[in-house]
Design a binder for this molecule. Structure first.
Ligand code: FAD
Ligand code: 2HG
Ligand code: ZN
Length: 469
């Protein structure tokens, strides 16, 4: 079917306001947040509800039109960017912003997939509850994108990743049929766990249009600390101690190397190092509770003991919310600072926490020897065993050199991860960034199982082609 015919039929389904046709309007949809990928599309389609999504998908199925689902377009693996063929329609969920129901007794919230994560958090707060998923992009990413990538963020240590926070889904299948799995049940073993199949499938199996999410009691207060240490091994030792002493009150535990803090101080206005001396590694940890009165004493006692035992070198505590937020701004500023400083070769890896420190030691040595002079930007959610072990290249690196270094660095880092039983894709998704790497590290049986599922649900290969598989 010709593009203008397709566009005319789409406009009957979603109205003229539901289409973006001009190049300027399409700009933010065809480029990714990092500025790494740029594609093109005949049209961005913006349905208002699941019925419209279903009609659009039925038409795309009939006309064999490939579809790229898109939420907030904050993803870091190029999963929401179309290719350059100009044949792939972008289906944006950004007009589906309805909180459908909040049930504080069942501790659940049902939302359209296009609702911003920050708006889900706010809706939970309004009824005295808490939706714990939290990440730097929460003001612009959508709950559908979070589900499609099984996003992690900074509260996984206590509450789990997005998969752990979803009870039910509504999904429009590639042929336009709607699966209504919007159940708010904590026990439901009636057959295969279909929702888990769609969570983390990165738009390759269907369009998530709605979700039932878990809510928690709202913590009534939090405290935090910024810690200086010499090695990742010390940071891991502190994590273990804090978990032993604080249990579930330890809600976040992040690590970053000195380079990361330097970048933030250099590129984020108003950012300053919280400690007087320079340390090779830092941790940001947070305690929270519904009964917060004992938290300051608990934190001070635990850190005091760690200082005395030489586990850490220095620390500063944040006892009120403004101070806590100031520390979090340093941590959340790392991604933006990297973009301003150059081009990062990104590794989003997971390892057993017990093997993290040895991995960093070996990987640092390998990179310093094989890629001298390239800064390693090592940070991440160490409480979940997830590191963003990135390497910074100069902003003006030539495209061919960028590609060569990316391949060489990926091989070096991912081989070390695989040797230690880790994963090359922890929370950002595979997208187009790690598609070839996935094939290298997954067993033939695992790849075959995934391809069988893909063929069963999307036999015409129309859902987000070129991503993940
Ligand atoms: P998009 O970028 O629009 O899409 C991501 C993928 O999901 C694509 O493959 C797309 O096709 C698919 N998709 C989107 N919506 C749907 C849908 N409704 N149905 C089916 N498929 C869909 N991620 C983390 O995990 N942890 C972090 O700590 C973190 N921090 C970040 C900090 C910053 C500053 C930025 C820019 C990003 C960060 N991210 C993080 C990455 C990103 O925010 C998450 O991956 C987020 O979940 C993506 O949501 P989105 O709505 O922007 O999805
Ligand atoms: C974070 O943890 C995000 O801040 C982004 O997952 C990581 O920029 C990155 O590589
Ligand atoms: Zn992260």
């Amino acid at each position: 079917m010709r593009n203008h015919e397709l566009i005319e039929r789409l406009s009957h389904l979603v109205g003229d306001n539901g289409l973006v046709l001009d190049a300027e309007g399409q700009g933010p949809y065809v480029r990714d947040w990092l500025g790494k990928w740029q594609g093109s599309t005949p049209v961005v389609v913006r349905p208002r509800n699941a019925t419209e999504v279903s009609a659009v998908m039925r038409l795309c199925h009939q006309t064999r039109t490939p579809v790229v689902p898109q939420g907030g377009n904050t993803g870091m693996s190029g999963g929401a960017t179309p290719d350059g063929s100009g044949a792939q329609v972008i289906l944006s969920l950004n007009r589906m912003k309805r909180i459908r129901e909040v049930d504080p007794v069942n501790n659940t919230l049902c939302a359209d997939a296009g609702v911003l994560l920050a708006d889900v958090q706010a809706a939970a707060r309004e009824v005295g509850r808490f939706f714990p998923l939290s990440l730097g992009a929460e003001g612009s990413c959508t709950i559908g994108g979070n589900l499609a990538t099984n996003a992690g963020g900074t509260a996984v240590l206590r509450y789990g990743n997005t998969r752990d926070l979803a009870l039910g889904l509504e999904v429009v299948l590639p042929d336009g049929r709607v699966w209504n799995g919007l159940r708010g049940l904590r026990k439901d073993n009636a057959g295969y766990d279909l929702k888990s199949l769609f969570i983390g499938s990165e738009g390759t199996l269907g369009i998530i249009t709605g979700a039932v999410l878990k809510l928690y009691p709202a913590p009534a207060g939090r405290v935090a600390a910024w810690v200086g240490a010499d090695t990742p091994a010390q940071i891991v030792a502190l994590l273990s101690r804090m978990q032993g002493v604080c249990g579930e009150r330890l809600t976040a535990f992040e690590m970053m190397s000195a380079h990361c803090l330097d970048l933030v101080v250099a590129h984020v206005s108003g950012a300053a190092s919280p400690l007087a001396a320079r340390h090779a590694y830092h941790a940001l940890l947070e305690l929270s509770d519904t009964e917060p009165a004992g938290l300051p004493a608990l934190l001070e006692a635990a850190l005091g003991a760690a200082l005395e035992d030489g586990v850490i070198q220095d620390c500063v505590v944040a006892m009120n919310d403004t101070q806590v937020q100031t520390l979090w701004r340093l941590r959340e500023g790392i991604s933006q600072a990297q973009v301003r400083a150059g081009k990062a070769v990104k590794h989003d890896i997971a390892l057993p926490i017990s093997r993290l420190a040895a991995f960093v030691e070996e990987a640092d040595l390998a990179l310093v020897s094989d890629f001298p002079g390239l800064p390693i930007i090592n940070f991440g959610h160490i409480g979940d065993g997830n590191l963003h072990y990135n390497v910074l290249l100069p902003p003006d690196v030539a495209p061919a050199e960028y590609a060569r270094l990316t391949a060489a660095l990926n091989r070096r880092v991912h081989d070390l991860v695989a040797q230690r039983g880790g994963s090359i894709s922890a929370e950002h998704g595979v997208g187009q960034l790690r598609r070839d790497e996935l094939r290298r590290y997954k067993s033939p049986v695992e790849m075959d199982l995934m391809l069988m599922i893909k063929r069963a649900l999307d036999p015409n290969q129309l859902m987000n082609p070129g991503k993940l598989l």
